[in-house]
Design a protein around this ligand. Structure first.
Ligand SMILES: Cc1cc2nc3c(=O)[nH]c(=O)nc-3n(C[C@H](O)[C@H](O)[C@H](O)COP(=O)(O)OP(=O)(O)OC[C@H]3O[C@@H](n4cnc5c(N)ncnc54)[C@H](O)[C@@H]3O)c2cc1C
Length: 386
């Protein structure tokens, strides 16, 4: 495909979300960050706005929209607060995994409720020893009659204490298996929240599984298919992560423009007086636009792909979008902070929160280094030399 043009409906969707974010999200973003509290009020609003269901078909109670529609909503939410944008993201990730790999029974029991936002989900892959290497996962699941018994520990799990269900990646013999675990049981304990630099308020913490149980029927895909489940939805999640970075970069641009016009040097706004400040602002804008249109393009690829998980073009481009957007976001936030001088370095400034939040995206959903591995591997696989 050559490019992306948003439809009138998508422009309207974005405009209505812009108002919601300005009215409801921007005013509370600082409190969410400083108190590290999960924003339950906003979860109810987001449910009502249909963010969790926009890209799912009506058969599972979705709105039948596109993945690009979802990406536009996420970008707008992240412009207000990255922690708020993560609220619908986990449900969408888990519902997508169940749609791609879950049995009919799993889909019927969980997908419509996730799509409607009646229950909340988390995605539990990372362990203290690794977040990148599936072979180092030690949480293990053993069969006991007609159920799994799961023992181990996960860390850095977003929505760990608020989730009703968790997709837990477990070792079953030599291979990984993904299992849906209901969190309302003694075997599932959410540990303390991580005291993170950024993305505070996303309820990111440890999970302890001490003989947690789940019916065998809660296996996502076949036993041993854990990596396939991971790969099937991680690409989609990377595009969503890229959209979050675009939203944060836009917030950085807005902050640099506002501050540059407010802050004066000998009676003249610094953004009007100093070419150095103008150059910073122009660079922030360039980061936004380069990441934004690549992200939209890859979201559209997801919409037109018949089997995104098996589509090597989409997998390669999703990793590319995540690589570009996370680095663009960090650079944009850093340059926008520079426009603010020391006031940007104060913890309570919006730009310092954006900088801390966006930095997380160079790690989560796969580090930038892992994205490079994915992209280079695909490019090298395609290249034939005489
Ligand atoms: C705010 C936040 C929220 C998170 N939410 C979740 C969540 O909901 N669920 C979840 O499961 N996890 C979550 N994570 C964890 C995150 O996905 C992992 O931290 C991430 O995948 C990196 O894993 P790691 O920290 O163990 O780093 P490691 O894997 O130990 O990597 C350390 C360094 O080595 C490099 N490296 C590792 N392997 C390779 C390789 N093969 N080639 C080249 N370089 C390599 C990495 O790029 C990195 O620079 C979250 C993390 C944060 C910060």
């Amino acid at each position: 495909m050559s490019g992306v043009a948003l439809t009138t409906e998508q422009e309207q969707l974005r405009a209505s979300f812009r108002d919601f974010v300005d009215d409801r999200v921007v005013p509370v973003a600082r409190d969410i960050d400083s108190n590290n509290t999960w924003p339950s009020d906003l979860w109810h609003d987001i449910r009502k706005l249909g963010v969790t269901g926009v890209a799912f078909p009506p058969e599972v109670d979705g709105d039948g929209g596109s993945f690009l529609d979802f990406v536009l909503m996420i970008e707008e939410l992240a412009r207000g607060s990255a922690a708020v944008a993560l609220l619908p993201a986990m449900n969408v990730l888990v519902a997508s995994a169940l749609m791609a790999h879950g049995s009919r029974s799993l889909q019927e029991r969980y997908v419509p409720r996730l799509v409607r936002g009646e229950i909340k989900a988390c995605w539990a892959f990372t362990e203290p020893a690794t977040g990148s290497d599936p072979t180092a996962i030690t949480t293990c699941a053993e069969k006991n009659g007609d159920e799994w018994v799961i023992t181990g520990g996960k860390t850095f799990i977003s929505h760990s204490s608020v989730a009703d269900i968790a997709v837990v990646f477990c070792r079953t013999g030599e291979r990984l298996t993904a299992i849906v675990v209901e969190t309302d049981q003694a075997g599932y304990q959410a540990g303390p929240r991580c005291d993170l630099l950024g993305l505070r308020g996303a309820d990111t913490g440890e999970v302890w599984l001490q003989a947690a149980t789940a019916p065998l029927d809660n296996t996502v895909g076949d036993v041993g298919d854990g990596m396939a489940v991971l790969v099937a939805v991680e690409s989609e999640a990377k595009v969503r992560g890229a959209a979050m970075c675009v939203g944060m970069a836009r917030a950085a641009l807005d902050a640099s423009l506002t501050y540059g016009l407010q802050r004066e040097h000998r009676g003249v706004p610094i953004a009007k007086k100093f070419p150095t400040v103008q150059a910073l602002i122009a660079d922030v804008h360039a980061q936004v636009e380069s990441a934004r249109w690549l992200t939209y393009r890859v979201a559209s690829m997801r919409d037109s792909s018949l089997d995104p998980a098996a589509d090597s073009d989409f997998v390669c481009m999703a990793a590319t979008a995540k690589l570009v957007a996370s680095q663009a976001g960090v650079r944009a936030a850093s340059q926008a902070m520079q426009v603010h001088g020391a006031y940007g370095y104060v913890n309570e400034s919006a730009i310092s929160r954006i900088y801390r939040d966006v930095k997380a995206y160079e790690m989560i959903q796969g580090t930038v280094e892992i994205q490079r591995v994915i992209v280079a591997r695909e490019l090298l696989r395609r290249t034939r030399i005489a």
